[in-house]
Design a protein around this ligand. Structure first.
Ligand SMILES: C[S@@+](CC[C@H](N)C(=O)[O-])C[C@H]1O[C@@H](n2cnc3c(N)ncnc32)[C@H](O)[C@@H]1O
Length: 701
């Protein structure tokens, strides 16, 4: 399997059958970036170092990525191939949307106590380096017939060669799996061949898509079979119910703890720490053993004479030191998964996410954009079946954040996960929409495109500084239905209300985007999560109060975060359900993602919370993300009693006064706005060099 094929955004896993519990994924996504540290005595990676490593892929940073071999080719025939693809997708409507932003800020920034907010669209700005300026480079010519440069060997000093050498030096993964075996067997001979054989052109795009779909279906079938086996074997105690078995084939030899393995006591652990920590190979061995024992506690744990909690404690401590997390966060994230899956999650956080872009359909079509980028030497593919505007970039000769197409607003650098809340909200043309926390505008501009530049979107963000990048993106992408404003979201609906739909892409801890911002590993404490959860609860109530509950068919609110913690997600949503009886959760309309938790470590949430969706890097090859969709309707009135009927006229009058007052409060008066609207229309007509109609009497007055 080619390198790009392996890295390709897989088609997301289908939803489990109704009633089926959320299952761990057995897929492996790649190797640890941190493995280069293997020779060092201490396993923990410095967070700073990690942060630097986890910066966006070179392309997204405006750096040159390795030269793609062979010229990109394009003809009218190729364009037709993209045509077919887009037409094929056209009917799928909502299910085929795009994603949002940048690499560090794949789905926008994350909240940081000290700096307020971290990450910015500027992260994707091009270097000043003249060499990187795409505008000064000659555009590659289209030539379907020859592929001469494919034959040129990569220079020995190329980044590809360096990458190969680095790969060879990597130690085995903590928990090797069958998927590793297959990937390692192919990795030795793949890179150069793949670059030529897997090159995606508009011509071979449709066939490749089909092949990838078939591959994804086969993988999914394999996963299901594995999960059924794990289910049949049963799991440990209640806390770890669902913990997956280690690997197929281990059953025959799994008769006890590995020879020579002794779980250290608390004192031994303390002494080990005091001595500078264990060496990395020892930690790896210990983690592997702990996962194996915990995964089959009944069979293997009893003979150890130690408590399960001791194994868990050791494993969490080793995860923290090996991957460079603070103990608190390592444990918090560990608790989200069965044991073996937790390791997959931590591993996936070490792997950069694919660079993805969203076609701005206000400016171009995906096939045209793809053709233009292919012509510049960009190697790309559609992200997956679930979006008809997303493209995944594999290689590029030019900085993806500064191509003429980028500058012309034909696309947004945006993480695949951040398409999801917009798909769920499904804003329609001519609606009034509020994007409550919107900078730098990945989702705002996506909504503007779905609304075909009609209706109105109020794009709000509490940070004035951040609204600059929002405004820049709104202009670059040609969004004409967006009003940018800067209020604390908690001031809504006092500022304005009566919306058809509201998106609350809330400030969060960013535990879903650790691969882009490794500082999260050490700078989040219990207090941060408490503060964030509190802010999120306040914001969600304001979002629910800002819609027009009386709207025919109901109004909608989508709540999303790029975090995977329960405090910031299910707990917030459950709180909102309790506080706002007029709001209920509905299906997100997203065809994949895991169900939200309804029970978690002693907490019980409303059953409907399972309608929310969780996305994980190790399971969906995208940032960790959470999406919940609410429908808000006016609450049904109770049947009137005789007394109530007598009071009816008085109550009706009181209600009318109240309604009038609330209208005043939210500041809407269509009549009063009429002259201004008419003036604006006249100006627009004049600007086009046409004669505007005569003013109506009210407007003149
Ligand atoms: C996850 S980011 C939003 C990303 C954005 N939706 C996008 O797709 O580009 C969260 C945003 O919330 C903003 N924010 C933080 N506290 C806020 C508050 N109290 N009210 C409104 N916005 C807030 C931050 O400035 C930050 O830009």
């Amino acid at each position: 399997m080619g390198r790009r094929q392996r890295n390709k955004q897989p088609d997301p896993e289908p939803l489990p059958e109704p009633g089926a519990a959320a299952k761990p994924s057995f897929k492996k996504l790649g190797k640890r970036k941190a493995d280069a540290d293997i020779q060092s005595k201490r396993p923990a990676k410095k967070a700073k170092e990690g942060a630097a490593k986890s910066k966006p892929a070179a392309a997204a940073k405006g750096k040159k990525v390795p030269e793609a071999k062979g010229k990109a080719k394009g003809t009218a025939k190729q364009a037709e191939a993209w045509d077919d693809e887009d037409e094929g997708n056209a009917g799928s409507g909502e299910g085929w949307e795009d994603v949002d932003d940048d690499a560090k800020m794949a789905d926008g920034p994350t909240f940081d106590d000290d700096e307020g907010l971290i990450g910015d669209l500027d992260e994707f700005d091009v270097d000043d380096d003249a060499d990187d300026d795409p505008l000064r480079r000659p555009t590659q010519e289209l030539d379907l017939g020859s592929d001469e440069s494919d034959d040129e060997p990569a220079p020995p000093t190329s980044r590809r060669a360096a990458k190969k050498a680095k790969k060879a030096a990597r130690p085995p993964k903590v928990i090797p799996t069958a998927s590793d075996a297959s990937s390692s067997s192919s990795s030795s001979d793949d890179d150069d061949e793949d670059a030529a054989a897997d090159r995606v052109t508009a011509a071979n795009f449709a066939a490749r898509s089909r092949a990838l779909d078939a591959q994804a279906a086969a993988d999914a079938a394999l996963d299901r079979a594995e999960l059924q086996r794990a289910d049949a074997d049963g799991a440990g105690d209640e806390e770890f119910a669902g913990a997956d078995e280690m690997e197929e084939g281990e059953d025959e030899v799994d008769t006890g703890v590995a020879e020579g393995f002794v779980l250290p006591t608390a004192e031994e652990r303390a002494a080990e720490r005091a001595a500078g920590g264990p060496d990395v190979a020892a930690v790896q061995r210990r983690m592997r053993e702990c996962v194996r024992v915990l995964g089959r506690w009944r069979a293997l744990g009893a003979g150890t004479g130690r408590a399960r909690a001791e194994f868990v404690e050791q494993l969490v401590a080793d995860i923290a030191s090996y991957y460079g997390y603070n103990d608190f966060l390592a444990e918090k994230l560990f608790q989200l998964f069965p044991v073996a899956e937790a390791i997959e999650f931590f591993e996936a956080n070490e792997v950069p996410r694919p660079v993805t872009i969203r076609t701005n359909t206000l400016r171009t079509r995906r096939r045209d954009l793809a053709q233009a980028l292919i012509n510049r030497g960009v190697t790309l593919e559609p992200i997956g079946k679930w979006t008809n505007v997303g493209l995944q970039v594999f290689e590029s000769n030019v900085p993806i954040g500064a191509t003429p197409e980028y500058l012309a607003g034909q696309y947004m650098l945006q993480a695949a996960s951040s398409f999801l809340p917009v798909i769920a909200l499904a804003p329609q043309p001519n609606e009034r929409v509020l994007d409550m926390a919107s900078s730098p505008g990945g989702k705002t501009t996506h909504m503007a495109a779905l609304m075909q530049n009609t209706g109105i979107i109020f794009a709000n963000d509490a940070s004035k500084v951040r609204t600059k990048s929002l405004t820049a993106n709104v202009h670059r992408l040609g969004c004409k239905n967006v009003v940018v404003c800067s209020y604390d979201g908690r001031e809504f609906p006092k500022v304005m209300g009566g919306f058809d739909r509201v998106l609350l892409d809330a400030p969060c801890s960013g535990t879903g985007v650790i691969s882009k911002d490794a500082s999260v590993k050490i700078n989040k404490s219990e207090r941060d999560f408490a503060l964030l959860s509190h802010l999120q609860k306040q914001l969600i109530l304001c979002a629910l109060d800002s819609v027009n509950a009386g709207r025919a068919g109901g109004a909608y609110v989508v709540y999303s975060t790029c975090s995977v913690t329960v405090d910031e997600n299910e707990a917030v949503v459950d709180y909102a359900l309790r506080k706002r009886p007029g709001a209920r959760l509905v299906e997100t309309g997203l065809a994949f993602g895991r169900e939200g938790f309804t029970r978690f470590r002693g907490k019980t949430f409303d059953e409907s919370v399972k309608l929310t969706r969780r996305f994980y890097p190790h399971a969906h090859n995208m940032d960790g993300f959470f999406v919940a969709k609410f429908k808000v309707e006016r609450r049904a009135k109770a049947a009137p009693t005789a007394d109530a009927e007598a009071d009816a006229p008085v109550k009706a009058k009181a209600k009318a006064v109240e309604a009038e007052a609330s209208l005043e409060e939210v500041g809407f008066d269509e009549e009063a706005d009429k002259p201004y609207l008419e003036d604006a229309k006249r100006r627009r007509i004049k600007a086009k060099g046409l004669r505007p109609p005569r003013r109506t009497v009210e407007a003149a007055a």
